[in-house]
Design a protein around this ligand. Sequence first.
Ligand code: ASP
Length: 324
Amino acid sequence: MLKSFALSTLMVLGAASGALAQSDYPTQPITVVVPFSAGGPTDTVARLVAQVMSKELGQQVLIQNVGGAGGTLGAGQVANATNDGYTLLLHHIGMSTAPTLYRNLAFDPLTDFTPVGLITSVPMTIVARKDFEPTDMASLTTYLKANGQDVTYANAGIGSASHLCGMLLQDSLEVQMITVPYQGAGPAMTDIVGGQVDLICDQTTNTTNQIKAGEVKAYAVTSPARVDSLPDLPTTAEANLPRLEIGVWHGLYGPKDMDPAIVAKLEAALQTALQDPTVIQRFAELGTAPVPLDQATPQALTEELKGQIELWKPIIEEAGVYAD
Ligand code: ASP
C-alpha cells in the first residue's frame, strides 16, 4: 500500500516536472548538428535558420559540424543523443539515400529520429575550376566522354548530394571520373577555386557567390526551370541530360521519441525562421526559397523522407554504388 502510494506520488511528481520541463523549454543552448564541414551549403542553411530560431526560442542555437561518411557520422551521433530537445540534426537528401547506400548503417532514418519539419529544397550546379577546358555543357559532355577517367570530381562522401549528382552525371554520360572525397562541400569548393580539383556538382547555396565572382566555371543547374539568381545558366534538361534533375531538400530532426510539446515549440520556431525576411532574401540570393509553411511540419518531413527513400532505392541499386 505504502509502496504503491510512494510510487504513484513519484509518478505524479515525475509527470509534473516533465510538464514543467516542457513549458520551460528551452532553458539552455540547443545544439544543431550539421553532418558536413563548416562553410558548406548545409552549414549555410543551418546558420541562417538557427539565428532566427535562437531569437524565437530565447536561447542560443549553436551549430556543431560533424562531417564524415557522407553525413552518416553526424546523423548517427544525433540518433544516439538524449532526446531532450537540446541536440538536433539538420540534414539533407542524404537521410533518404543512406539506407540504400550504406550496408551497415547504424541508424534507421524513419525510426531513430523525431522529425520537426522540412526547410528548403536547393538546386545543384555543375561547376569546375575556372581554367577547366570545356566552356559549356555541350563541350563538357564531349570532354568527359573522351577524358572522364582523368578528371577529378570532388564530393562530400558517399550519400552526399555532390556524390548523388556526380553518380547521375557519370551514369548519364557512361563515364567514370576520379573521386576526391571531402568532409563537406565547403572545403571541396575551396579546392575547386584553388584549382586543385576539376569538377563538382553542388548546391547553389555553395556555388552562387563563386559563379558570380568568376572564381569557377559553371555549366548547368539541376532544377526543372532556370534559377532566378543565375539566369544565364541552362538547366540540365536543356543540355540534354534530363535524368540529371535533383533538388537537395533539407529537414530538421531530433532523436526519436521527443516530447511532442518540445517538438511543437521547435516547429513553431522553424516556421518563424522560414518567414523571416532576411532568411527569405538570403535564400533567394543563393538560388533557393523556404518550403511553404505547411511543409515545415513533422508530418510533411516524414512523408518526404519515406517518398525519397523509395525514389532513390532503385536509382542507387541500378548504379550499384554501396558503402560499408
Ligand atoms: N552539400 C554537400 C553535399 O552533400 C555537403 C555540405 O553541405 O557540405 O555534397
